[in-house]
Each structure stands twice: as structure tokens, then as C-alpha cells.
Design a protein around this ligand. Structure first.
Ligand code: ADP
Length: 401
């Protein structure tokens, strides 16, 4: 049985086609520059890949192009899109109405339109992907999986901000949390690797990529996370500042002649590793700069590591101790000195790890980094959000075996 996963951005649609018999990806790619000049599709299947210019004035047309690639030409993997049993959509924000994956109906789309003011950019793009897919595949069941959903179990003391209560009630201003699909996948994988049920474990999941968040999971449920009303809160990231005193917005805004919205854009897109180094948001390039003696790149890296360790410590307290700490995503999986830095800081709670193993991990494998006598287990586990969306999609569409 095949499931198509769609991750629609404002000008791109990333996609993966899964064969769910063995949970393998049989085709994947990206429609880029949708609605812009120079739109093209990159597509991989059968061990080969192609990049082709294609007219994609909107998401519906882009979806037609990607379905054409799946069904026609030498890299086709299906004869007709009737072979696609269901489509799963990633949606960044479930607003204040959706706390679980949902079967997509007209009502769900209408509700998402109504709640999109809390995440205007992401939500509009995600909705365009859903509507487009329903246009081109009207008879195929479609499911939406929300990045915020896993965090809906946070208790009020974790998700409330210390602002006027009425503003929470009237405007839904609260911590929502993001990367929920990744954190849920990590929880399930950690439990599987440890031979336990998620309900028996306390886990700190560190998703450190270009965007980063750290989540405390207790008995299968999120109880706190670092990202907030938007993904800007929490640790310092590739281009995001992470936590900052909001007064900086008005102070710096005045100095730089930027309004509040422009300042938020500055904090989201021009800050973090990029802002401090002045050169790049990409951790691999930061590493190269540090190796060349670049002081600002080193400061950027130090700041990011420090804030991550600080939040892992906070989550340890929130959980009252942990059974496992897990590193995932581009930086978490590959940056050995980040993991070493955090684990060294946790020596005081009895974390012990194999330094040599941590420094020489093969790419993309699940690895236990802690030693047998460590008080908390530490793992490197690759995340796979698309696979979790595919599993949810089968389940919600009533197709799971
Ligand atoms: P996103 O948040 O966009 O999903 P990813 O999880 O793909 O991001 O992570 C992207 C980040 O991971 C980039 O900063 C990239 O430099 C970093 N990264 C990827 N591979 C490595 C590596 N081998 N070593 C260090 N950092 C890496």
C-alpha cells in the first residue's frame, strides 16, 4: 500500500512516496519556486534523479507536475495515482482547535482557515497543499498531521505566558510548541530501542537542526517544550535568536527604523548563528570557519551549545530526572562536539558516555552513547517525520492493518 506525504511551503512542495509494506521511500523530491519565475521539480526514484523546469503557477499545478513524474517517464514508480491509498499532509500549526491528526474534510479546511492568524505564513502554504491535493485527487483519503499536536498535553503552567489572562482567552496567545512529529517519532524509537513502552519513560528529546527545540516527555506525553507561540522561542538556532527580552524589539526597532513585524522577521531570519557569525546559518560552514580561527563563528557555536545545555538542564528538572536523552536532526545527529558538550555538563547527574564512540559515529544509525554505568541513557537517533506522518495517515484513513 502506498502513501504520499506532502510538506507544502509557500513556494515549495516536498514530497515522499512510501511503500508501507516495508516502510520504504520509493520516490521523493521537491517542487520549487511555485508561483515564481524559474519553477522546477527535483525528483529521485529507482536510484536515479532528475531536475526539470516545469510551469507551476500555484500549488494545484505543482501537484499535477509531481503526480506526472510519479506516473510517467523512466523514473515512474506507479502506473496511475489510483495506486496511492492515501495522502498525508504535514501542517505546522493546528491552531487552538486541533490536537491530533485529522481526516481532511471541508470543515477541517474551513477551521484551519479561521485559525491561521496564529501562523499566517505556514498555515496558508499548508492549506494550499491540502486544497491542491484534494483538487487533483478528489477520491483519495487525505489526512493532516500537525506539528503542534504532540505538545497539546502540556499542563497550563508550562504553556501559559505571564501576560493578562484575558489575552490568552481572547487571542489564544500561549505556548504551542513545534517539531511535535519529530519529538513523537523520537519518543517511539527510544522506547523501542530500550525495549519499553513510552508510558514507562521520561525522555528529553533534542531536535537540533536549522530550527531547534527540546522537549520533555513523560509517560508518553509532552509536558514542556522550548518553542512557543511561534518557533522563535527557546534555544538559539540557525537564523533565529531564540529567547530574548521582548523590550529589544522596541529598542532595536527604533534604532534601526524597523516596525514590530520587521523586527520579528529580523529575529527569525537574520539572527542566531547567522546573526552572530555574520556569515552563515549552516553548522557545517560554522565548523569550517571555526577551524580557520574565525572568532565570531566560534562565539555563535558556543552560544548555541550553551543554550542547548541550559535547556536540557531545565527539562531534567521539569521531569524530575530522565531515563533517556536523545539527540536528533541535522546538527543533533552529526555534531559530535555538541553532544559531548551537553553530556559533559551532565556529569553531575551521573551521565557517563563513550567519548570515542560519540566522536566516530557512522551517519544515520541509531547509537547508544552512554556507558552501562551511566545514570541516564543517551542516544543519537535519526528522526523521520515523514514516516510518522505516513503511519498516522494509514491509521486515520482506516487503512492500517
Ligand atoms: P531543518 O531544521 O531545516 O530540518 P536539518 O535537521 O536538516 O534542518 O539540519 C540542518 C542543519 O544540520 C544545518 O545547520 C547543517 O549544517 C547541519 N548539518 C548537517 N549535516 C551536518 C554534519 N555532518 N555536521 C554538522 N552539522 C550538520
Amino acid at each position: 500500500m502506498k502513501v504520499l506525504i506532502i510538506n507544502a511551503g509557500s513556494s515549495s512542495i516536498k514530497f515522499q512516496l512510501f511503500e508501507m509494506e516495508n516502510e520504504s521511500v520509493i520516490a521523493k523530491g521537491n517542487c520549487e519556486k511555485i508561483g515564481l519565475p524559474g519553477s522546477f521539480i527535483s525528483y529521485k526514484a529507482k536510484g536515479d534523479e532528475l531536475v526539470e523546469a516545469a510551469s507551476m503557477p500555484n500549488h494545484t499545478e505543482a501537484l499535477k507536475v509531481l503526480l506526472d513524474k510519479l506516473t510517467h517517464g523512466k523514473l515512474a514508480v506507479i502506473k496511475s495515482f489510483d495506486e496511492i491509498a492515501a495522502v498525508g499532509h504535514r501542517c505546522v500549526h493546528g491552531g487552538w482547535l486541533y490536537f491530533e491528526s485529522e481526516f481532511i474534510t471541508d470543515e477541517v479546511i474551513k477551521n484551519l482557515e479561521e485559525t491561521k492568524e496564529v501562523s499566517p505564513l505556514h498555515a496558508s502554504a499548508n492549506i494550499a497543499g491540502m486544497v491542491g491535493c484534494r483538487n487533483v485527487m478528489p477520491n483519495t483519503p487525505q489526512v493532516v498531521v500537525f506539528d503542534t499536536a504532540f505538545h497539546s498535553t502540556m499542563p497550563p503552567e508550562a504553556y501559559m505566558y505571564g501576560i493578562k489572562y484575558e489575552d490568552y482567552k481572547d487571542y489564544h496567545v500561549r505556548k504551542y510548541g513545534f517539531h511535535g512529529t519529530s519529538h513523537r517519532f523520537i519518543m517511539q524509537e527510544t522506547a523501542r530501542v530500550m525495549g519499553k513502552k513510552p508510558e514507562e519513560l521520561k525522555i528529553i528529546s533534542c531536535h537540533i537542526g536549522n530550527g531547534s527545540s527540546i522537549t520533555a516527555i513523560k509517560n508518553g506525553k509532552c509536558i514542556d517544550t522550548t518553542m512557543g507561540f511561534t518557533p522563535l522561542e527557546g534555544v538559539m538556532m540557525g537564523t533565529r535568536s531564540g529567547d530574548i527580552d521582548p523590550t529589544v524589539v522596541s529598542f532595536l526597532g527604533k534604532k534601526k527604523g524597523l516596525n514590530a513585524e520587521e523586527m520579528v522577521n529580523y529575529l527569525n531570519k537574520q539572527s542566531g548563528l547567522l546573526g552572530i557569525s555574520g556569515k552563515t546559518n549552516d553548522m557545517r560552514e560554522i565548523n569550517e570557519l571555526v577551524a580557520q580561527g574565525d572568532e565570531r563563528a566560534k562565539l555563535a557555536r558556543d552560544m548555541m551549545f550553551y543554550r542547548i545545555a541550559k535547556y536540557v538542564g531545565a527539562m531534567l528538572t521539569v521531569l524530575n530526572g530522565a531515563d533517556a536523552i536523545v539527540f536528533t536532526a541535522g546538527v543533533g545527529e552529526n555534531q559530535e562536539d555538541l553532544r559531548e558538550y551537553v553530556m559533559d555538563k551532565l556529569a553531575y547527574v551521573g551521565v557517563k558516555f563513550d567519548r570515542k564512540k560519540n566522536a566516530t559515529l557512522p551517519r544515520g544509525t541509531i547509537e547508544e552513547l552512554s556507558t552501562k554505568d551511566s545514570a541516564i541513557k543517551v542516544f543519537r537517533i535519526p528522526t523521520n517525520e515523514e514516516l510518522l506522518i505516513a503511519r498516522d495517515t494509514l491509521k486515520i484513513a482506516g487503512l492500517a492493518k
